[in-house]
Ligand binder design. Structure first.
Ligand SMILES: [Zn+2]
Length: 124
């Protein structure tokens, strides 16, 4: 994926920030705001938001709308990455059967993100 070859990947935070670009794009594409009474501006105190089946993804998107601040905490970024990995692994975002060696953008991204998370866990 070309986005991973950016100049922003020299630090771990920069790398995670770059990794988060792909799920942000996918989730923004998949979450359907057509029937949203808030037009996509998630509100955690709103009753419709808590029962909406896009709720979790919408909430994620709301927090991760733009690139994180340069001084974002690594722990928060890793948590955002973990959640986005879960989203992209679930069938609503990834409805087709993917072979183990599938090389579509999503599988390539999941492979990289999961490998990175595994590596981080071993270091912690
Ligand atoms: Zn695939």
């Amino acid at each position: 994926m070309t986005t991973l070859a950016g100049t922003n990947t020299r630090t771990i935070v920069g790398y995670v920030v770059t990794l988060l670009e792909y799920p942000r794009w996918v989730i923004a594409r998949e979450v359907d705001f057509t029937d949203c009474h808030l037009a996509g501006s998630f509100d955690s105190s709103d009753r419709q938001c808590s029962s909406c089946h896009f709720g979790a993804a919408c909430s994620w998107l709301h927090v991760n709308q733009g690139p994180p601040a340069a001084d974002a905490a690594l722990g928060d970024l890793l948590e955002a990455l973990r959640i986005s990995v879960e989203f992209l692994r679930t069938s609503s975002f990834n409805p087709h059967k993917h072979a183990r060696n599938c090389e579509c953008d999503t599988c390539v991204w999941l492979h990289e993100a999961q490998g990175f998370l595994r590596h981080q866990r071993h270091k912690a």
